[in-house]
Design a protein around this ligand. Structure first.
Ligand code: PSU
Ligand code: MN
Length: 313
């Protein structure tokens, strides 16, 4: 075994490296959605669309992934294709980095994994689809995403979490851990591809500048170390009917039980099966909300950099 004495696990693309040096707005993007969340070819198309959406809104996209022994922060077109077509990619959450780096496997980073990398890279803003949470049936299946939200100070833009999870328990956990749940133009916690109507967020903020100001208070003025979870609802024209989602999720959940699927395999199975059972409707809605989140994250990153440049925060 030989580890280079100056081995640094993070490897930046030239563009992201320059952007960070010049303090340009950057948005981190996760890659479990590419490796495990969507089928081919939608996964590659979506990854490219999310990157374009970030650019159209004035920021630079840094897709995070693990490849060839490095945590890549920003990947180029051919690397993106390699990731989307990887035959047996791993799902990299916090405990999986060491295995993936030392064994040089190709992996998609989860919300927790991407938060870790983004924070280490000095990127504050991150966009994803939905976060993991507390599962309903397996009492100890609590996503590492929640642990990461409790302890890694990044701003995560999402559409809440799926209804198949125990959403009240997920929100209780976030409250216990001091994680603000910000509703962007909503006072209800979004339920991924369904418009959330049940559970309250901790604060509603309606424009990116207000969110930047909030982040400044949370991290800089008060010195908090938790993440800020910014949630927006799926666009109503792409939302899934709640009963359709519930039926499909109940069926997927039954199969998960019967087949004895556990741990990291639960979420990918559930997403894939619900997509089949809804004839692709859930997947289209998933894709739309991901792009929408990339757009909001870029606007927040732009507002944050402008405030920093003006020394307003
Ligand atoms: N929830 C979704 N879509 C996803 C995921 C969660 O609606 O793609 C992915 C994210 O990458 C998230 C991970 O971080 O699954 C959570 O997996 P687990 O529950 O095994 O921690
Ligand atoms: Mn889990």
């Amino acid at each position: 075994m030989f580890i280079h004495p100056r081995y640094e696990p993070l490897k930046f693309s030239p563009e992201i490296s320059r952007a960070l040096a010049q303090k340009l707005p950057v948005v981190a993007l996760e890659s479990t959605v590419i490796t495990h969340g969507l089928p081919r070819p939608q996964n590659l198309n979506l990854a490219q669309d999310m990157e374009s959406t970030v650019r159209e809104n004035g920021a630079l996209p840094a897709t995070v992934a693990v490849m060839e022994g490095f945590v890549r922060v920003g990947i180029n077109q051919s690397e993106m294709e390699k990731l989307a077509h990887a035959p047996d990619p791993v799902k990299v959450s916090l405990r999986d980095f060491a295995a993936s780096l030392s064994q040089k496997t190709t992996g998609g980073t989860t919300v927790a994994g991407t938060m870790f990398a983004a924070h280490r890279a000095g990127i504050r803003v991150f966009a994803t689809g939905g976060i993991g949470g507390v599962h309903r049936e397996a009492r100890f299946d609590v996503s590492t995403d929640l642990k990461a939200l409790a302890s890694i100070p990044t701003l995560v833009v999402c559409a809440g979490a799926k209804r198949i999870l125990d959403l009240p328990a997920t929100l209780e956990y976030l409250e216990t851990m001091g994680v603000p749940v910000v509703g962007y133009q909503t006072n209800k916690f979004p339920e991924f591809y369904v418009t959330g109507r049940q559970l309250p967020v901790s604060v509603q903020l309606d424009d990116p500048l207000k969110i930047v100001e909030f982040a400044h208070y949370h991290w800089n003025v008060l010195g908090m170390n938790s993440a800020i979870l910014v949630c927006q609802q799926v666009d109503p024209s792409h939302a899934l009917d709640a009963s359709l989602a519930d039926d499909a999720e109940a069926q997927a959940s039954k199969e998960i039980r019967e087949k004895g699927i556990r741990g990291q395999a639960v979420t990918p199975y559930e997403l894939g099966r619900v997509a089949e059972l809804t004839n692709g409707k859930s997947m289209r809605s998933n894709i739309e909300l991901l792009k929408n989140n990339a757009s909001l994250a870029a606007k927040i990153a732009v507002a944050m950099q402008a405030a920093l440049r003006q020394k307003a925060i």
